[in-house]
Design a protein. Structure first.
Length: 380
């Protein structure tokens, strides 16, 4: 393999997006994906929220930039994203969240996120299907939704159209380091791919395993674990009761209109690994718990059937809930990004733009500093 400037491991939205960002700037790129593009957390059932509402304060500057990039991303990459700016509501049912809501509105506004508090009468005029228990909502008019599978595949195709090489079914098992530099990777087929002067980005859920097996100081351990988020799609309903992206201040609930008169329900409920088969499966109690939360907020969903449940896509999560993006310790030509669970999708266009700047210029962008390893202490 010759004339490769950058080797990227992982074909999710970050790997595909970075490949496109680098390729459009004339760089030679090789992307290695263990399975197929968007086969992990960047693909699957339904759509993802493109939201600033309720986001970690450290992510708000990235979301402000992402707001600028999402509307014309499909045109720029020449492919489908399914993006729609529908607005986002963060519902409030309890006095304790209502008391703190003005502070959240103020904070988001300070970071350039248009936000306001919508009180009961206006809110129920907008969303007449809401339970009377919902007393207010924080509204972000620039929040929206996008098709994560389509977007990720479109980014990969756009990168390929610009000359990036993409190899699916090519799992990286080990990273070779010599003299403080990555010199090659070993695939599951036993192939060795030389790196030379290239920079490697581990942009997938397997980043933690690769880092743990890295021959630098006995391997790098991170405060990260894997989980199986649950997503459900109802049967078609006579009237979809929500017109906006909906989250909740205290319930584990995210809900949005789905295709063909269906409703998509999620919010942090989890699947598990079946001990008999070793495969990820949905859990009946988690399905019923998530549905009960949806019905509590939108009573008209009572009795609706669930057409499809997915809990088979691993995501990684850090102890403090936000991503980890940094150089690989002890390696001068490697960066990694992991722990995107629930926090990576909406900010992806902004982050890959900054990552491309970082690997080409060599300087860590200021907006990515809050996501460094250093936040966990002096050394890992």
């Amino acid at each position: 393999m010759t004339n490769i400037d950058y080797l990227i491991i992982g074909g999710g939205v970050y790997g595909a997006g970075l490949a496109w960002e680098l390729a459009r700037q004339g760089r030679e790129v090789l992307l290695l994906e263990a399975n197929t593009i968007a086969s992990g957390a960047s693909g699957g059932l339904g759509q993802r929220g493109v939201r600033a509402n309720g986001r970690d304060i450290r992510e708000l500057p990235l979301m402000r930039r992402a707001y600028e990039l999402w509307p014309d991303l499909a045109e720029r990459i020449g492919g489908e994203t399914g993006y729609a700016r529908v607005g986002g509501l963060h519902l409030i049912e309890r006095d304790r969240e209502l008391v703190s809501a003005p502070a959240q509105v103020w904070t988001q506004e300070r970071f350039g996120i248009p936000t306001r508090l919508v009180e009961r009468a206006e809110l129920h005029h907008w969303e007449p299907g809401l339970s009377e228990a919902v007393m207010a909502a924080i509204f972000c008019p620039k929040d929206g939704v996008a098709d994560h599978t389509a977007t990720t595949r479109s980014l990969a195709q756009a990168a390929s159209n610009l000359g990036a090489q993409i190899r699916e079914g090519c799992r990286v098992e080990r990273i070779e380091v010599s003299g403080g530099r990555i010199v090659g990777v070993i695939t599951s087929a036993g192939e060795r791919i030389a790196v030379g002067q290239d920079v490697i980005l581990c942009a997938n859920g397997g980043a933690t395993d690769l880092l743990a097996g890295l021959g630098v100081g006995g391997g790098i351990r991170l405060p990260v674990w894997q989980r199986l988020p649950q997503v459900m799609l109802t049967e078609p309903v006579a009237h979809v009761p929500m017109t906006r992206l909906v989250g909740h201040a205290h319930r584990r609930l995210s809900i949005k209109a789905g295709p063909g008169g269906r409703v998509m329900i999620s919010g942090g409920w989890l699947g598990r690994v079946d001990p008999a088969s070793g495969l990820p499966v949905a859990v009946a109690s988690e399905v019923q718990g998530n549905l009960a939360e949806a019905v509590a907020v939108y009573p008209g969903l009572a009795g609706v059937g669930i057409e499809e449940v997915s809990a088979d896509r691993w995501e990684s999560q850090a102890i403090d809930g936000i991503p980890i993006i940094d150089r690989i310790p002890g390696v001068e030509n490697g960066l990694f990004a992991t722990a995107w669970a629930g926090h990576g999708w909406a900010i992806a266009p902004a982050v890959v733009e900054l990552l491309a700047d970082w690997v080409m210029a060599g300087d860590q962008p200021d907006l990515l500093r809050p996501f460094s390893l250093g936040r966990f202490g002096a050394s890992i």
